[in-house]
Design a protein around this ligand. Structure first.
Ligand SMILES: [Zn+2]
Length: 299
C-alpha cells in the first residue's frame, strides 16, 4: 500500500524537478546598464541579468577581467551597443569566454546599434581623427525613439532564445510600447522649451539627445573624440564662446571634469552633469525623467 504512494510521490518530485529545470532563468550579459534595464522590463523574472559596466564607468574602456569572462561564459544572451563602442574589450571577452551561444551570428548575440540608423557615420574613415567609430556615433541610448525600435527587436530575440515564454515576452513588449510612447509624448512636451538651446559638450556623447530635443551644439571640448583637450584648443573654444555665449555645458558624470570646470570659471556658463546611463536600482523611465528634469532645471 505504502510503496505505490511513495512511487507516486517520487514521480511527482521528478516531474517538478524536470519542469523547474526546463524553466530555468535565461542568463543575460549586458554590456551597459541601459540594456540591462531594457531586458529587465521586457523579460521580468524570466531572466538573471548581469551588467558589465555601471553608470560611473566609461563603456569605451573597461578591462575584460576574469569575473566578466566567467559571467559571459554562462550567458544565454549577450546584449551590447555595438558600433565599436565596446571594440576595446568585447572581442577579447568573447574569445576568452568561448561561449558559442553569444558569438556573432548566433541568436544570443544582440547588438542594439544594428537595429537603428546611426548618426555621424563618417564618409571617410580616418583614425588619425581620434577615436572615430566607422559605423557612426554609438551613443544611441539617448534617443527614446531608437530605444523603442531596439526594444521591439530585443523582444523578438528573447522569444527566439526562450521560445517557451514567447507569449510572456510579447505581452511585456506590448505594455512597454504603450507606456514608453506615453512617456515620450510627455518628455517631448516638457522638452519643447529646450529647443534651440546652445550647448557645449565635453565628448561627443550627446548627439542623439541633441537630435531628439533639438539642442544646438556650439562647441566640443575634446578636439577629436577620445583625445583630451589641449590648452590651445580650449583657448580657441573660449574665444568662440566670447562672441556666442552658450546656454549650458553638458558632460557625463563619469567623465573627467577638469576642462569643463575651467570653462565654467572663465565663462560662467552653467554646467549640467548628467548621468550617462541608468544607475543601479533605477529604471530606464526614471533615468530619462532625471535627464529631462536636470536639463529643465538648468535653464
Ligand atoms: Zn564615444
Amino acid at each position: 500500500m505504502f510503496i505505490p504512494i511513495k512511487k507516486h510521490l517520487l514521480l511527482i518530485l521528478i516531474f517538478l524537478l524536470c519542469s523547474a529545470s526546463s524553466h530555468a532563468k535565461i542568463n543575460v550579459f549586458a554590456c551597459e546598464p541601459e540594456w540591462a534595464s531594457l531586458v529587465q522590463i521586457l523579460a521580468g523574472d524570466q531572466v538573471d541579468i548581469f551588467s558589465a559596466t555601471t553608470a560611473l564607468q566609461d563603456p569605451h574602456h573597461i578591462q575584460a577581467r576574469p569575473s566578466l569572462i566567467a559571467k559571459a561564459r554562462r550567458a544565454d544572451l549577450l546584449i551590447c551597443t555595438g558600433a565599436e563602442l565596446e571594440a576595446g574589450w568585447l572581442p577579447l571577452l568573447l574569445r576568452k569566454s568561448a561561449n558559442g551561444n553569444i558569438l556573432p551570428g548566433q541568436t544570443g548575440h544582440f547588438m542594439a546599434s544594428e537595429h537603428v540608423l546611426l548618426l555621424e557615420k563618417p564618409k571617410l574613415l580616418d583614425r588619425s581623427q581620434g577615436d572615430v567609430h566607422a559605423d557612426g556615433n554609438p551613443h544611441i541610448h539617448l534617443d527614446p525613439h531608437r530605444i523603442m525600435r531596439i526594444a521591439e527587436a530585443l523582444s523578438r530575440t528573447l522569444s527566439r532564445v526562450d521560445p517557451d515564454n514567447q507569449a510572456y515576452y510579447q505581452n511585456n513588449w506590448s505594455s512597454f510600447k504603450e507606456s514608453w510612447s506615453q512617456a515620450i509624448a510627455k518628455w517631448e512636451q516638457l522638452g519643447q522649451s529646450l529647443r534651440g538651446k546652445q550647448i557645449v559638450v565635453n565628448h561627443n556623447s550627446w548627439v542623439y539627445l541633441e537630435d531628439w530635443l533639438k539642442l544646438e551644439r556650439v562647441a566640443t571640448l575634446e578636439p577629436k573624440p577620445g583625445i583630451a583637450p589641449s590648452s590651445t584648443h580650449l583657448a580657441q573654444v573660449l574665444a568662440e564662446l566670447k562672441d556666442n555665449q552658450a546656454d549650458m555645458i553638458l558632460y557625463a558624470s563619469y567623465q573627467n571634469d577638469k576642462a569643463v570646470r575651467w570653462l565654467e570659471q572663465k565663462t560662467h556658463i552653467p554646467v549640467v552633469t548628467l548621468p550617462f546611463t541608468v544607475s543601479t536600482d533605477e529604471t530606464l523611465f526614471e533615468w530619462y525623467e532625471s535627464i529631462i528634469k536636470q536639463l529643465l532645471d538648468s535653464k
